[in-house]
Ligand binder design. Structure first.
Ligand SMILES: Cc1cc2nc3c(=O)[nH]c(=O)nc-3n(C[C@H](O)[C@H](O)[C@H](O)COP(=O)(O)O)c2cc1C
Length: 200
């Protein structure tokens, strides 16, 4: 079982599948320790082993490690969300958090990996989401924490957001995933009983 990130040149650890699926948590507190390039490449390699419709593999990965840039994107994404968010009890929950100048949507994490669609089609969002799940499970297996940051998505899909990360205009960012060395194991998050209908 992997409980820490591999050192340079070390084989990536493996983990029991059930343990990986049940043990992965969205991690929002990380140390400032960088994630090395070899490990990032291995996580992306796990991501591209996801299935994709017609094997189109319609994804690209943008790795952002520049902390100043992440801070600027966080500020711009918060402003974008606050301006775009309709009033109402659902959004009021987030409004004060987004208005807090100390709130960093990427939680000061060392790395952001943005998975973007690179093609059109009815299944490209699903394809990118499957790649994202592979990436998060692979990260968990080596003791890294991840969290999908939906708060970033609206801004990253604006021309300014794409410019900020140097994304080609035709790419569509789907999954902004932060990756870091978690400071603690996040507590379990309860799941509801699934509704299951058996047909036949
Ligand atoms: C599409 C998507 C968007 C999310 N956006 C955010 C976000 O912007 N900020 C955040 O802290 N967590 C975000 N999360 C994490 C969820 O809050 C988290 O997955 C959920 O609470 C269940 O917890 P778990 O991932 O630990 O199982 C997002 C998750 C998904 C799948």
């Amino acid at each position: 079982m992997g409980i820490r990130a591999p050192r340079e040149g070390e084989q990536i650890a493996t983990m029991d599948l059930d343990e990986a699926i049940r043990g992965r948590r969205s991690a929002r507190a990380h140390t400032s320790q960088p994630v090395d390039e070899e490990t990032i490449r291995r996580l992306i390699d796990a991501a591209v082993h996801a299935p994709s419709a017609t094997n189109a593999q319609p994804w690209a990965f943008t790795v952002v490690r520049d902390q100043d840039l992440l801070g600027r994107v966080s500020d711009a994404a918060k402003a974008h969300l606050l301006a775009a968010m309709p009033a109402g009890p659902r959004s009021d929950r987030y409004r004060s958090e987004l208005a807090d100048p100390d709130f960093h949507i990427f939680y000061h994490v060392p790395v952001l990996i943005v998975i973007s669609e690179t093609a059109d089609g009815p299944w490209v969002v699903a394809d990118c989401a499957l790649a994202a799940e592979n990436l998060t499970l692979a990260a968990h297996a080596v003791g890294l924490g991840t969290c999908w940051i939906g708060f970033a998505q609206g801004y990253l899909n604006m021309p300014d957001g794409k410019d900020a990360l140097g994304l080609p205009p035709e790419w569509v960012p789907v999954a902004p995933i932060i990756v870091g060395h978690p400071t603690a194991v996040p507590p379990p998050v309860a799941r509801r009983e699934p509704e299951i209908r058996w047909v036949g």
